[in-house]
Design a protein around this ligand. Structure first.
Ligand SMILES: C[S@@+](CC[C@H](N)C(=O)[O-])C[C@H]1O[C@@H](n2cnc3c(N)ncnc32)[C@H](O)[C@@H]1O
Length: 283
């Protein structure tokens, strides 16, 4: 019961493309029995991180992502949650007056302060199509407005709960390329990599969380990073799409399993019904 309660409290506060909330129970079966620090270098909405913290809020965690707006939002939720909630209330009131005009004006805006940046990201996340985060090559958010009658723009309880959890001194939150994990991860630590997926087909591509796409070279860098961590004695778990290039990238030392996953981020309607994805691990 205590666990059940904690798990409900520590939930992701952004909906993220490729988020693992829907398959978290399958993923949890792959968490090592015991480990030192938990690393999540492509944290996104942080479904796995919040789930691990729900088990034990004192787990040392290193959470990072290359999307600076996302990391600013995590840091703001942690350090300035009440100001953030007030700013979201202003968004909520303005949106209610004229949703369409306000959505597109906010999408076009470029706030300068930390709280305003975080509030903008959360507002757009709640009101855009599908809760998708996608930017163009200039780094500008370009998702159209979603169709919601009453979006939950100010989820104050969820934000306060996340803030409480993230304030642990054992949690670090950084904007960094995933290879930064090599600087500090040690034997016995657990690293979960959930990178932007390699496209299963040309039309199914979704890798634009930042202005730089995650391509074949990044996949090769990821495999190299995984091999180094493995040699060091870390537990390494990787999610990715079930594609030939992903299979070819990890050699026979890695154990590869399949998971059926439902996703709703592809532009092609028929591919929303689910497909298999890979879980690659060294333990
Ligand atoms: C599939 S999402 C992660 C989803 C997350 N596991 C969840 O449950 O919401 C991939 C993330 O990788 C980030 N990313 C892309 N390239 C990166 C890089 N080179 N280093 C670190 N993060 C990167 C994106 O910003 C995005 O948040």
């Amino acid at each position: 019961m205590a666990h059940q309660q904690a798990y409900q409290i520590a939930a992701p506060f952004v909906k993220w493309a490729g988020g693992k909330r829907q398959i978290i129970s399958e993923l949890r079966a792959h968490i090592p029995d015991s480990f030192g620090t938990y690393y999540e270098p492509f944290v996104g909405g942080g479904a796995m991180a919040f789930s691990i913290l729900a088990d034990n809020a004192r787990t040392p965690c290193s959470l990072s992502d290359l999307n600076s707006d996302l990391i600013i939002t995590y840091v703001t939720v942690r350090d300035r949650v009440e100001e953030l909630i007030s700013s979201l209330r202003v968004h909520e009131r303005n949106y209610a007056q004229d949703p369409r005009a306000y959505y597109y004006a906010t999408r076009a805006s470029a706030p300068r302060t930390q709280v305003a940046k975080a509030a903008r990201l959360l507002f757009l996340n709640k009101t855009c199509f599908n809760g998708l985060y996608r930017v163009n090559s200039n780094g500008q958010f370009n998702v159209p407005m979603g169709r919601y009658t009453n979006p939950n723009i100010v989820n104050a309880d969820a934000l306060r709960s996340a803030s409480r959890i993230l304030r642990s001194r054992r949690i670090s939150i950084k904007c960094a390329d995933f290879t930064a994990v090599l600087r500090t991860a040690r034997r016995g630590d657990f690293v979960y990599f959930d990178p932007p997926y390699q496209p299963a087909s040309r039309t199914a591509s979704f890798t634009s969380y930042t202005s730089m796409d995650f391509g074949a070279q990044d996949l090769a860098r990821l495999a190299e990073t995984c091999n180094k961590l493995s040699e060091r004695g870390c537990y390494v778990l990787v999610s990715n799409s079930d594609t030939r290039n992903v299979h070819a990238t990890f050699d026979a030392d890695w154990s590869v399993g399949r998971l059926r996953a439902k996703r709703a981020i592809n532009s092609v309607g028929s591919s929303r019904n689910g497909h298999s994805e890979l879980l690659i691990q060294n333990y």
